[in-house]
Design a protein around this ligand. Sequence first.
Ligand code: KG4
Ligand code: ZN
Length: 344
Amino acid sequence: METNGQRDVYILAIESSCDETAAAVVKNGREVLSNIISSQIDLHTLYGGVVPEIASRKHIERINQVIEEALSEADMALNDVDAVAVTYGPGLVGALLVGVAEAKAIAYAAKKPLIGVHHIEGHISANYIENKDLEPPFLCLVVSGGHTHLVKVSDYGYYEILGRTRDDAAGEAFDKVARAIGLGYPGGPKIEKTAKEGNPNAIEFPRAKVADNPYDFSFSGVKSAVLNYINGCHMKNIPIVEADIAAAFQKAVTDVLVEHAMTAAKEFRIDKFAIAGGVASNQTLRSSMAEACEKRGIKFYYPSPIFCTDNAAMIGTAAYYEYLAGKTDGWDLNAVPNLKLGER
Ligand code: KG4
Ligand code: ZN
């Protein structure tokens, strides 16, 4: 199959680093032909968070069917794809291993190249799917359940981490605060919904600065401040207004994220800014970033919510640029739970 004289490239991608079993077929890096996500959220909700053993077991149960669905929705057979891509880190080791073993087995059987993808590189690459004009260099704020990174994307596959969280990730803070005010798991969407009814200025939660790096983050302080506030209310017999707490907490986190992002944009003089990861689907963060970027003449990019949270389409997109650069992996590819960005 050809477009404009160039051969089309089809990648089957697999993602299983946390609690989503996902597979997708991506054409030429930016066209998603299928994007199947089997979420385990309902199961983990019973325990208030992701239980690694259960996650691995469920991935094993579902992965074959998810891959079959991804191929069938794309109207393709395994033989039609050019490469098999898989997230090999960071993430839960048992969960990652299911995807890596599966990808190796099917790539070997079908004699296709294997491409290991960094999960965060996948999140960043999600921006390419709907923004056909987006090309590096640009800055990206990656905010997920496990990561909070401010990244300079110098080129496809080339990343410079400008700042990162010193303690909790942004999504982790949402999850912990949601638990504290009794909203349950996963916290992000629940805080966002509850915050809609609240006043973000009703309570002033701290906006932490990290002394030696203006781009590093710290969210454990705001989380503790929320817990202290709740305890204080209990002790003084003051009723807790969950909506105000959620709105004020969300604003405190958003303010810090936007401020760091804009400081970096100014310093590096880059006029393209993207966001990625589960927390990037938060509407308050999206609109605050859009407003801040517009004020400074920066073009703002963000993926649809379905491409913000874990999915395999973003892995297929990242893999496409590795494929073009000739970066494939051997059959010794292994899961690396603490894989660093740009280590490849
Ligand atoms: O990217 P992701 O699906 O998984 C990781 O790689 O971690 O991110 C999941 C995180 C969770 O912490 C979840 O609470 C948060 O993203 N999240 C949100 C929203 N949707 C998901 N946080 C704030 N607002 C949201 N709407
Ligand atoms: Zn993720």
